[in-house]
Design a protein around this ligand. Structure first.
Ligand code: NAD
Length: 350
C-alpha cells in the first residue's frame, strides 16, 4: 500500500537545534507516512552570510509546502521569528498549555488551556519614542482583520472540541482598542451560537485561572496579554521548557494558508551538544503539525506517547530524569510505532 506523503519545510536552528532535528527525523521514521523535510538553514552564520536572500528562500519554501517546523534560533541582529511572522502574515498563535501528571510543578491544580493570541499589534509593533527627556509614548494598535481571524480560529476549535471560549481584555479602560477587540469577538461569537462564550477583564482572568483553572478552556486574547498569559500558564503547568505553538496565516475564507510550528524554548546554548536537550516541546510541535496535515491519529499518537512516557518517569535531566536526548527519542519512537502498529492491525498473512 502506498504511504501518504507530505513535504514539510524544516527551519534549522542554533544551539540544540541540530539535536532536535535529529530527534524529529528519528520519530518521523516511526510513522506510516512519508515525510520529506525540506531544510532551510536559519543558523546564525548562514543568516549573517546570506541576509535577506535566505529569508526569501525560507518564505518561498514555506509558501510552497504550506507547513513548517521551526527549531529555535538565536536572536542576534534580528529575530527570525519576528521576520517570518511579518513576512508570512502569521497573525495568530495557538499555544496549548496543560499540566502533565508526574511533571513537577508548584501548582496543585490541573490546567488545560488553549491560548489563542493575536500575533501582531497591541503594544508590540511600536517601540515608542521619547517626548523631550522625561516622557515617552508608544502606539497601541488593534486591527479588525487579525482579531477576526483569531476569533474564528478559536470558535472553530471550540466547535470541533466542544469547548467554550473566553475573550479577555481591558475593554473598560482601553475603550477604543480593546473595545474593538471585544466587538469583533462578539460578532464572530454570533456565528457560532452553539459555542459558549464569556468575557472577562484580563487582570481578573489571571486571578481566576489560578483560583479556578477548570473554568477556562479556550482563551482569546490580544498580543501582549497572550504573551503574559502563556508564560504564566506554562509556569503553573511546570512546563516552561515543554510548551509548543502553532503560528498561523489565513486566506480570505478563514482557512489556514500557512502553519509554522515551533517549541517555546530557545537554543539552550549551555547544554548544546551534550545529549541533554529535551525534545518534548519539538515533539509536541510536530504532533500539532501532523494534526494540520490531517493525520489526526498520528498527531494523537505522538502527543500521547510522549506525555505517557513522561508520566511514567522516562525523562531527560531537566525534568529530573536520566535519559539522554537520544534514549528519550528512541523510547518515544518505539512507543509511537507500537501504538500506530496496533491501530493498523496485524500485517497481512504472506
Ligand atoms: P533558553 O530557552 O534557550 O534556555 C533557558 C534555560 O532552559 C537554559 O538553562 C536551557 O538549558 C534550558 N532549556 C531550554 N530548552 C531546553 C530543552 N529543550 N531541554 C532542556 N533544557 C532546555 O532561553 P535563553 O537562554 O534565554 O535563550 C537562548 C537563545 O535562544 C537566545 O539567543 C534567545 O534569543 C533564543 N530564543 C529563541 C527562541 C526561538 O527561536 N523560538 C525562543 C526563545 C529564545
Amino acid at each position: 500500500m502506498n504511504r501518504p506523503s507530505y513535504r514539510v519545510t524544516e527551519l534549522l536552528g542554533d544551539g540544540i537545534g541540530a539535536e532536535l532535528s535529529e530527534a524529529v527525523h528519528r520519530l518521523a521514521e516511526a510513522l506510516p507516512v512519508q515525510l520529506e523535510f525540506v531544510p532551510v538553514d536559519l543558523r546564525v552564520e548562514n543568516r549573517r552570510a546570506r541576509g535577506k536572500a535566505l529569508y526569501d528562500e525560507a518564505v518561498a519554501t514555506i509558501l510552497e509546502t504550506k507547513v513548517a517546523l521551526k527549531h529555535p534560533t538565536a536572536t542576534t541582529e534580528e529575530s527570525p521569528n519576528a521576520v517570518l511572522r511579518r513576512r508570512l502574515d502569521l497573525s495568530v498563535i495557538h499555544r496549548p498549555v496543560y499540566t502533565i501528571p508526574g511533571v513537577p510543578t508548584n501548582f496543585r491544580r490541573e490546567l488545560d488551556l488553549d491560548i489563542v493570541r493575536i500575533a501582531t499589534g497591541g503594544t508590540y509593533d511600536d517601540p515608542g519614542r521619547m517626548i523631550g527627556d522625561d516622557g515617552a509614548v508608544s502606539l497601541r494598535i488593534v486591527e479588525r482583520r487579525p482579531v477576526r481571524e483569531a476569533a474564528r480560529y478559536a470558535f472553530n476549535l471550540a466547535r470541533k472540541t466542544s469547548k467554550r471560549v473566553t475573550s479577555a481584555s481591558k475593554y473598560t479602560i482601553q475603550k477604543a482598542t480593546d473595545g474593538l477587540f471585544e466587538k469583533v469577538a462578539q460578532e464572530v461569537a454570533g456565528q457560532f451560537p452553539e459555542v459558549p462564550h464569556s468575557v472577562e477583564l484580563f487582570d481578573a482572568l489571571l486571578g481566576k485561572v489560578i483560583m479556578a483553572p477548570e473554568k477556562f478552556q479556550i482563551v482569546l486574547v490580544l498580543n501582549e496579554y497572550g504573551d503574559f498569559l502563556s508564560d504564566m500558564a506554562c509556569g503553573l503547568a511546570g512546563s516552561l521548557g515543554i510548551g509548543a505553538s502553532s503560528n498561523l496565516a489565513f486566506d480570505a475564507s478563514a482557512v489556514v494558508r500557512v502553519a509554522l510550528f515551533d517549541a517555546a524554548h530557545g537554543t539552550a546554548p549551555d547544554i548544546a551538544g551534550k545529549h541533554l536537550a529535551n525534545p518534548t516541546a519539538i515533539f509536541l510541535a510536530f504532533s500539532m503539525l501532523l494534526y494540520q496535515l490531517g493525520e489526526i491519529g498520528l498527531g494523537q499518537a505522538v502527543k500521547n506517547a510522549t506525555l505517557d512516557l513522561l508520566r511514567e518517569g522516562v525523562r531527560t535531566p531537566d525534568l529530573g530524569g536520566g535519559e539522554s536526548t537520544e534514549s528519550f527519542t528512541e523510547a518515544v519512537a518505539k512507543e509511537v510505532a507500537r501504538r500506530v502498529g496496533e491501530k493498523a492491525g496485524p500485517p497481512p498473512a504472506a
